[in-house]
Design a protein around this ligand. Sequence first.
Ligand SMILES: N[C@@H](CCC(=O)N[C@@H](CS)C(=O)NCC(=O)O)C(=O)O
Length: 219
Amino acid sequence: MALPKIILHGYWRSSASYRVRIALNMKGVAVTHRSVNLRAGDQKQSAHLDLNPQGYVPILELEDGTCLTQSLAVLDYLDATYPEPALMPRDAILRSKILAASLVIASDIHPIQNLSVLKYIRAEYGQGDAAVKEWVQHWITRGFESLEAMGNASKEFFLTDTPMFFECCLIPQIYNARRFGVDMTPFPKLLAVEARCQALSAFENALPENQADAPTADE
Ligand SMILES: N[C@@H](CCC(=O)N[C@@H](CS)C(=O)NCC(=O)O)C(=O)O
């Protein structure tokens, strides 16, 4: 069987790639997954930089070779191109609130815990594992405190009764939080949204450990 012509250049543990995997699964869009090994530095190779001069994943490469970057812009493209199920509501105020919550993650939390930022802190400021871990925990916790207050307690998911754009961002960020040992007990609303999302196959199939490039138990 021929492989799908749309290619997602990503990495199993990249949370920005994870956002796009969830959205693709929700929309039922089949893609070929091409792994960019961030630990090995594949993102710095010229072949990758030709596709994304920022040297990041994800990249969604369309059938005609057009490369879309920045996960939130890719989610926006997917929602415009494959309207069902919608990732954004029509209501302009709700839409703005969903985008604001998504940006708490994508603009305020995630960039300061990115691999290249953590490497820089280690190399330029001589910080070790404990300090780096504390840094990441601090900024995730600060961001989650805001988000916990921004959710709507009467809704099944964060601000809506179906998972949308924000949930594509939240679930990968919670995955990262656990990876860095963040205490999640102060965030019951976020945990309830997570539990509802994880019951859905679109989210389960996007889990890092369910990706072909995830290391096996003995690696
Ligand atoms: N704002 C970008 C962030 C992309 C990003 O930070 N990707 C990370 C993986 S989650 C990456 O490629 N890191 C490689 C590096 O830091 O060298 C997006 O949302 O797509």
